[in-house]
Design a protein around this ligand. Structure first.
Ligand code: NI
Length: 176
């Protein structure tokens, strides 16, 4: 297993719509990659991770809501698609690709998601708690949307300015 490098905004991969995984792509190599994603999420630590965040533009996400909801453990979803949503929820979120940023994001309360499991079998998962929030956040990533797209242009601009300064400093620290 390997820890993958997580990319930060404003990396262009985070703005792209990720590609569907074809049925013949679901093999041992892909399952190894998903293991690495799970390991990377755990190490970060985070409760969700989408493949574009490790610079792989494919429709794959991993999630682990067990810190807030013991009904679930770590899971992987391929080609997830929200097929039903209802209600409203507002929750303070963070993102591994948007360091040092938190914001209250309005989302649906309940979602029903259809996806393929790591064996290529179609599954459906339904939740109206913490997992519902994670799934919506990670599916956003698969569509090239980050938390920054949910906040006001002013807040986004101020954050991008701040992070540019931090990234510049980090680069200097590495090279000097
Ligand atoms: Ni995120």
């Amino acid at each position: 297993m390997a820890i993958l490098e997580i990319i930060d905004v404003p990396h262009p991969t985070l703005k792209m719509r990720a590609k569907e995984v074809a049925a013949n792509e679901i093999n041992d190599d892909l399952r190894r990659f998903i293991e690495d994603m799970l390991e990377t999420m755990k190490e970060a630590p985070g409760v969700g991770l989408a493949a574009p965040q490790v610079n792989v533009s494919k429709r794959i996400l991993v999630a682990d809501p067990s810190s807030e909801d013991v009904a679930y453990g770590p899971m992987a979803l391929i080609n997830p698609e929200i097929i039903e949503m209802s209600g409203e929820n507002c929750f303070e979120e963070g993102c591994l690709s948007v360091p040092e940023f938190r914001a209250e994001i309005k989302r649906s309360k309940r979602v029903k998601v259809r996806y393929l499991d790591i064996w290529g079998k179609e599954q459906i998962i339904e939740d109206e708690g913490f997992l519902a929030i994670i799934l919506q956040h990670e599916i956003d990533h698969l569509n090239g949307i980050t938390m920054l797209d949910h906040v006001s242009p002013m807040k986004r601009m101020m954050y991008l300015k701040k992070i540019k300064k931090i990234q510049k400093k980090e680069k200097q620290a590495v090279t000097s």
